[in-house]
Design a binder for this molecule. Structure first.
Ligand SMILES: Nc1ncnc2c1ncn2[C@@H]1O[C@H](COP(=O)(O)OP(=O)(O)OP(=O)(O)O)[C@@H](O)[C@H]1O
Length: 627
């Protein structure tokens, strides 16, 4: 600290010089700001080095102008200072003692280069000093600003985040589309993967095939390399030639066969012409008249035919040549009825049905040339009607009258539990029928074999049998597999025509209704049933026929049987078994059937066919029947 003695004895100038020397640290004749501050400090020790107080004091010493100059970092110099004091404006002692005077400083300042740099530094410092309060304020305000800045930053971040969210929201449909597109792409990728797998599998397959082909080629090479095998292979090529040669032989054989077959046919025609005579002969024989000559003639004819057949190499009629001889033999045993023995006359009434059957089945046999092309015989004929009306009887009569083979088929003979066996039986049946042609396949209760599709009880087996049956019927009586005059006819019967499969119904082209017998037919039927029975004079057949309206042929037959047993019942009443055994048979046979017997039978036996059943048949007849 500089201590200045206020009452010094030195001159003013010296005194001033001393002061300036004292404070002119750089000894350049100038006081710069730092030196000036040091000067104030020395003068005002009570300011305690407080910068602001010193500044304030300094400003009070100087004129505002000068202070401004000083703040602008213009330093004082001796000259200017001296001049000021020399002008007498100031009392230096006083100044230094009281420090209460204002004084003017000269503005003429010359600065050395060093001083200019210092001045620049000073200006900066001055600026900093001046700016200090503001800066201080700013510094004080800094935390707030900092907070604000931080808050602003957060807000800014939020705004940015919001903007991003907003962008995302705006982009959401696009994102959704992108997600969808991604899903589609994912599906496509999956599909591509599957395809790739398939391609790989196919490649593996083709590799396998390639391997097989390679192996085959190797095998083939080995075979070719083996001379013996090669020779065998070459000799195999001769086989077709042999087969061709066989075919020619076969043609030649067939040619010969036909020649003989013609002769056989002639014999057969002769036989057929003889059939009515033979039949009447048989009837006569049955009636007890002995005419031994005629059967002898028939046997002669048969023997001749067999001899001719043997010479011609023609297999006897009906020999089965199909792939299932054992099955054919079994079926034949089961279903073949060579002589059903039922004549037209055995069937009461049903004249319209007989006419239709004759036209559909009998005439094509008698006039094969006529039944060609559009007149080809029916493939199938359906007889439908209530139970017991004579359908089976009619079928047997057809077979007997035509002299055709009669294959009487029931469901049980065709259906089998082993897979494929039922269809095999159907095929075999038709092969057999063709071998035995002309023939009639009679399928009774065909509804149980060929129910409508989706009907209850329809199962896999019945479906397959049905299909096979349709195929076989389709193949009947067409130009390729049927020789003229040897037709195979399917004759079917059912009590439930409405339950038949539609496709089968179409193939059974002729559909004949077999109704309940009318009065005339009932009367006829009773007479047929009683023709070998002794009748009492009181028996009124007309009355019985009148009282049996609504009865089927089968019901009437039952009534006749029951009534005809009544005489025997009366005769044995009250007798023990031995007495019965010892009764005269002739006496029993002579017991006549009386009217009362019929009346009692009528009380016991009721009609089996309901009115509703008849109506249903009539309705189906009007819809699908043939007349
Ligand atoms: N028109 C008829 N002429 C002579 N007898 C008949 C006649 N109708 C029925 N009968 C007698 O009824 C019996 C049964 O006839 P058949 O079996 O032919 O009837 P169905 O119509 O085939 O019966 P189901 O439909 O029940 O098989 C015959 O054996 C015969 O005795």
């Amino acid at each position: 600290m500089v201590a200045v003695a206020p009452n010094s004895n030195c001159s003013r100038v010296e005194k001033m010089k001393k002061i300036f020397d004292k404070f002119d640290v750089n000894k350049d004749g100038h006081l710069d700001m730092t030196e000036l501050v040091e000067w104030v400090k020395a003068l005002e020790p009570e300011l305690n080095n407080n910068v602001q107080s010193i500044q304030f004091k300094l400003s009070s010493y100087l004129t505002p102008n000068y202070y401004a100059v000083l703040a602008g970092n213009v330093s004082l110099n001796y000259i200017g200072f001296t001049r000021i004091y020399a002008q007498g404006f100031r009392n230096v002692d006083h100044d230094f003692n009281s420090l209460g005077l204002q004084f003017q400083f000269s503005r003429s300042v010359s600065l050395s280069p060093t001083k200019q740099i210092e001045k620049k530094n000073m200006t900066q410092i001055s600026n900093q000093v001046q700016a200090t309060p503001q800066m201080s304020n700013q510094v004080q305000a800094m935390p707030q600003i900092s907070n604000q800045v931080q808050a602003t930053t957060q807000v800014s971040n939020q705004v940015q985040a919001t903007a991003q969210v907003s962008n995302q929201v705006q982009a959401t449909p696009q994102v959704s589309n992108q997600v969808q597109a991604t899903a589609q792409m994912s599906n496509q990728v999956q599909a591509m993967t599957q395809m790739s797998n398939q391609v790989q599998a196919a490649t593996r397959l083709s590799q396998l095939q390639a391997t097989q082909i390679r192996l085959m080629t190797q095998l083939s090479n080995q075979i070719q390399a083996t001379p013996q095998i090669s020779n065998q292979v070459q000799s195999t090529t001769k086989v077709p030639n042999q087969v061709q040669a066989t075919a020619q032989v076969s043609n030649q054989v067939q040619g010969g066969k036909y020649t003989f077959a013609g002769q056989v046919n002639n014999y057969r025609n002769t036989l057929q012409q003889a059939v009515p005579t033979l039949n009447s002969c048989r009837n006569t024989v049955q009636q007890g008249v002995q005419t031994p000559q005629l059967p002898g003639q028939v046997n002669n004819y048969r023997n001749t035919v067999q001899q001719v057949n043997a010479v011609a190499g023609v297999k006897p009629k009906g020999e089965y040549n199909g792939p299932d001889p054992q099955l054919a033999a079994r079926l034949e045993k089961e279903i073949l009825d060579t002589n059903p023995g039922v004549r037209w006359d055995d069937v009461a009434g049903l004249n319209e049905a007989k006419r239709l059957l004759q036209e559909a089945v009998v005439l094509p046999l008698w006039m094969p040339e006529y039944f060609q092309g559009i007149r080809r015989p029916w493939r199938g004929v359906l007889m439908f009607g209530p139970p017991g009306t004579g359908k089976t009887l009619l079928a047997k009569a057809v077979a007997t009258e035509c002299g055709t083979t009669f294959l009487n088929v029931s469901c049980s003979s065709l259906l089998a539990k082993w897979y494929g066996e039922s269809e095999r039986r159907v095929r075999c049946l038709f092969d057999l029928a063709r071998a035995r042609a002309p023939s009639t396949i009679f399928i009774d209760e065909i509804d149980s074999l060929c129910s409508a599709r989706g009907a209850p009880g329809e199962n896999e087996v019945s479906r397959r049998v049905k299909s096979e049956l349709l195929v076989q019927i389709d193949g009947l009586n067409n130009s390729t597999n049927n020789t003229a005059g040897k037709p195979v006819t399917v004759l079917a019967a059912t009590n439930f025509p409405w339950g038949l499969d539609e496709a089968l119904r179409r193939r059974l082209e002729n559909r004949i209704y077999i109704p309940l017998p009318d009065f005339k037919s009932r009367k006829e039927l009773i007479e047929i049933n009683l023709k070998s029975i002794t009748l009492a004079p009181d028996l009124d057949i007309d009355q019985v026929a009148r009282r049996t309206e609504g009865f089927s042929g089968d019901d009437l037959t039952n009534i006749c049987r029951d009534a005809s047993l009544s005489g025997m019942r009366r005769k044995i009443a009250g007798k023990n078994p031995d007495e019965i055994k010892n009764m005269s048979k002739a006496d029993i046979l002579k017991i006549p059937v009386m009217m009362d017997d019929f009346l009692e039978a009528l009380d016991r036996i009721q009609p089996t066919v309901s009115r509703g059943d008849i109506e249903r048949h009539e309705k189906w007849f009007s819809e699908f029947g043939s007349t």
